[in-house]
Design a protein around this ligand. Sequence first.
Ligand SMILES: [Zn+2]
Length: 287
Amino acid sequence: MATRYEGVEMALWETSNGVADGGSGTRGLSWGAAVCRNERGLVKIDQISDSVYVVAGTNVNWALVSDGSRVAVIDAGYPSDSADVIASVGEIGHRLGDIAAVLITHAHLDHIGGVPTLVERAGMPVYTGEEEVRHAKREYLQQISPVGMVKQLATARGRRWVSHTLPAIFGHIRMTLPTATPARAETLAALPGGLIAIPAPGHTSGHTAYLMPSEGVLFSGDALVTAHPLSPRTGPQILPSVFNHDESGTHDTALRLVTQPARILVPGHGLPVPFDPARFREALSGQ
Ligand SMILES: [Zn+2]
C-alpha cells in the first residue's frame, strides 16, 4: 500500500469494523503513519488518502491536504501545538511557503492555536465560515467557561483533561484571528483538495465542516467526533454538552453531516474512520 514515509518510523493498519476503537487496540483508518519528534514526545501523522494527512496534537487533530506543490491546513491545534503544526507540514515534504491557506472549522482555542504563528511566518490567508469569522475576531465568545472547566475537576477523566488543557492554552486565552475572512466557494474549490464548505452550526454558531469530494473526505471539526478525553466511549458522537453552544443544533447538524457523500470521516477529536452512515446514525441516536 502506498506510503510516503519510507525510512521513517512506520505503522500500517486498517480498520476491521469501520469504527475507531480506542479502548481495545486502537483501530483507525490509515494508509501509513509517521511521527514527528518534539520536546514533549511524538506527534503522529496518518496519511488517510492520496492527498490527506491527519495529525494528532494535544487531544485534537489538524489535517493537511497536499496537491504535491501546495498544501491546505485544516485547523491548527492548541497554541502549544504551534511548533508541531509547522513540523508536520515539513514532515510531509512541504515548506511553510507552500501553504495556500489555513481553513478553520471553528474558532475554539484547540483549533486555532497554531494560526497566528503560521500567519506571522508565511502570511497565508485564513478562511472560515461567514458567521465563524465574527467568532474568530471575538466579537463574541462561545467557549467553555472557566466555571465549566472547574466543574470538570469533579471526575478523574475531567481532571486529566484540565491538566492537559491548561498548559496548552496558557498565556493565549485572548487569542483572536484578525485576518480571518469568509471562505468563498470558488476560493475553496481552487485550494488543494478542491474543498466545499458545509455550514455545521451548533457546537458554535458558525461552525463549518469541509468536504473534499474528489477523495470523499469529510472534515467535521467538532460537529461530529469519534472520541474526546471527557467522553467515556469512542466511536461517532457529538461532544459532551459543556462544549456545545446549542446542544440540539449540534445534534441536528451531526445527523445532517451523516448524509454527506463521503467515505472517510476526519473529526476534530478522535481517529479518522470509514464513513458509515448507518452506524453513525445508530451511534448518534443514543445521545
Ligand atoms: Zn470546539
